[in-house]
Design a protein around this ligand. Structure first.
Ligand code: ASP
Length: 338
């Protein structure tokens, strides 16, 4: 059995020497509810770069990818593709976990978090932003036009207005009804609930071989006022290193924040792991470190410099959309719990 210390040593020498990413610790290895994934690992390494390609979280990623593909397929840049792509669910009121029509917090306010990162390590972010339908475009302007990375709350709103964004009511009747229903009991129990989370995180590799990513969300439904999740936090909900790869996340943001999950995924790819292996390693880090992880969902999605992608999650049920020259598909992620 591989001890934790031995695993760390192995991971430093790279994926080829790594016989089992699943055998991280005795506790995990002996836990019958945990899937042991050594047979399922895609250890393929290739020199052929598959580009352009765009991947994004959940089924609403399909329509978002279509918009991103409009940019990528005509030679556009990954950074423009990811911004264009995630604006689709931001504007779609039927997606109740992102942008306009998103579930409000416990005070009935729709508060949005988003971030974006390009191939030059530039990044921009907004958090606790209200009344603006496209937080990702405000994040883009924080990146492009300010010396800062992150603006929050009133400051983010004032900045958005200064850039010409109009204030709008983002609380749809449907989201308001769901909130009023929740108010009857007002119990906040952010367990597995796959319906009440569903951030869009998108990663793209363009024809020039450059990577970028975007992540945008209304956060956990009926969250405490002022709560900010992983999605606007560079390193937690999104990370891009143009030499290596990119990663994004969805699910209970507190778990990604505690482990700086997306940075971890990219660093695992730097050590030679495939995107899927890197996502497995990050979920297993959560499982090792955070005792209550079985109550929650977390899904990681990664794309490397060769255009290879992979994913992994805690609970089954997370899927992701992939679009490239061959078309589009929706894939189910493997999970650590059955
Ligand atoms: N990660 C988001 C948050 O915690 C929500 C989600 O993706 O489900 O705010």
């Amino acid at each position: 059995m591989t001890t934790k210390r031995e695993f760390l040593k192995i991971s430093l020498v790279g994926a080829t020497a790594l016989s089992s990413v699943g055998a991280l610790s005795t506790a995990l290895a002996e836990d019958k509810s945990v899937n042991h994934v050594n047979e399922t690992i895609d250890n393929k390494q290739t020199d052929i770069v598959q580009k352009p390609v765009v991947v994004s979280t959940w089924e609403h990623g399909l329509s978002a990818n279509r918009a991103a593909w409009q940019v990528l397929s005509v030679g556009g840049k990954a950074i423009d593709a990811v911004e264009h792509g995630v604006k689709v669910p931001e504007a779609d009121p039927s997606v109740m976990t992102v942008g306009y029509g998103g579930y409000p917090d416990r005070e009935g306010k729709v508060t949005l978090d988003a971030c974006i990162m390009d191939e030059n390590q530039n990044c921009g972010s907004v958090a606790f932003l209200q009344h603006i339908k496209h937080p990702i475009s405000v994040a883009r302007l924080v990146m492009d036009k300010t010396p800062h990375v992150m603006l929050v709350g009133e400051g983010a709103l004032e900045f958005a207005k200064s850039q010409g964004f109009k204030e709008e009511n983002l609380l749809t009747n449907k989201a308001k009804a769901a909130w009023q229903d929740w108010l009857k009991e007002s119990t906040y129990n952010p367990v597995i609930n796959v319906e009440n989370h569903d951030t869009i995180g998108m990663l793209a590799l363009d024809k020039y071989g450059d990577l970028s990513g975007a992540c945008t969300t209304s956060g956990a439904a009926f969250k405490m006022s002022g709560r900010v999740g992983d999605s606007p936090l560079i390193g937690a909900g999104l990370y891009v290193d143009n030499d290596i790869g990119a990663a994004t996340a969805t699910g209970m943001g507190e778990l990604m924040i505690k482990t700086v999950g997306c940075h971890l995924v990219v660093e695992m790819m730097r050590q030679g792991l495939s995107p899927e292996q890197a996502c497995i390693a990050a979920v297993e880090r959560i499982a090792q470190k955070l005792g209550d992880y079985k109550k929650f969902q977390v899904g990681f999605l990664a794309l490397n410099k060769s255009g290879e992608y992979g994913s992994y999650c805690i609970q089954s049920g997370f899927n992701y959309a992939v679009t490239d020259k061959s078309g589009e598909k929706l894939l189910d992620a493997k999970s650590i719990l059955s």
